[in-house]
Design a protein around this ligand. Structure first.
Ligand code: PEP
Length: 245
């Protein structure tokens, strides 16, 4: 049985004062029926881990593929772990678009995360043009094959399907479209990892909010969500956690 996961991505949002939202979230949901993960900007990882005290998981939003070295501005998986992170998002579409991250780069980052004992949340997603041209499954299949390292297991890698056109837009795919992609991802994992494939959590991401969370969580092979904007406020993210748990 896969444990459901509600993951929040704060992106480039949040100052020390924002940690009151984490305290409020934990106070309102002291025993959630699902795993809860928040990924703040790197500047807040250690402080958030201090507030969370293991009651929710804390993750990074990206890591470098190398452990250390001359990479100004970057942060390694080892550093995230040292700061109290247990997870790291890799391959978010904003990183792929803004920083030219290819599947090979994402795969190397995920492998680096696994080597440090972090759980990698590997993001995949088609653009609107790719969906309109009927290429969604081809794109997702290629990203999955290229971004998930060979060493992945259901315990160490989470897959997040996030259509690029649904992120931050208020638009979501139909439930049938979500099911089609999630079922496809599960099938591809089975082909590659055999029985281990059943252990991988598959998150949906893209404009998940309290009003649509329950119907999305009822879709086949949806094991939770990766939530951007609605993870910033305890009330909204708490409602999504309640819908999942
Ligand atoms: C995201 O950036 O991972 C995301 C899903 O954002 P939003 O929920 O704001 O669409």
């Amino acid at each position: 049985m896969r444990k459901k996961l509600a993951a929040g991505n704060w992106k480039m949002n949040g100052l020390t004062a924002s940690l009151t939202e984490v305290e409020a979230l934990i106070a309102a949901h002291p025993a959630p029926g699902c795993e809860v993960l928040l990924c703040p900007p790197a500047t807040l990882v250690a402080a958030m881990a201090g507030v969370a005290k293991g009651r929710i998981a804390v993750g990074g939003q990206d890591c470098h593929a190398k452990v250390s070295g001359a990479h100004t501005g970057d942060i390694s998986a080892q550093m995230l772990k040292d700061a109290g992170a247990s997870h790291v998002i890799v391959g978010h579409s904003e990183r792929r678009a803004d920083h030219g991250e290819t599947d090979a780069i994402v795969c190397a980052k995920a492998a680096a995360a696994l080597a440090e004992g972090l759980i990698a949340v590997v993001c995949l997603g088609e653009t609107e043009a790719e969906r309109d041209s009927g290429a969604t499954l081809t794109v997702i299949g290629a990203q999955l094959a290229g971004s998930v390292p060979e060493a992945a297991t259901g315990a160490t890698v989470v897959i997040a399907y996030e259509p690029v056109w649904a992120i931050g837009t208020g638009r979501t795919p139909t439930l049938d479209q979500i099911a089609e992609v999630h079922d496809f991802i599960r099938g591809e994992l089975v082909k590659r990892f055999g029985t281990e494939a059943e252990g991988f959590r598959l998150l949906y991401g893209g404009s998940v909010k309290p009003s649509n969370a329950a119907e999305i969580f009822a879709v086949s092979n949806v094991d939770g969500a990766l939530v951007g904007g609605a993870s910033l406020k305890a009330a909204d993210f708490g409602a999504i956690i309640a819908a999942l748990g």
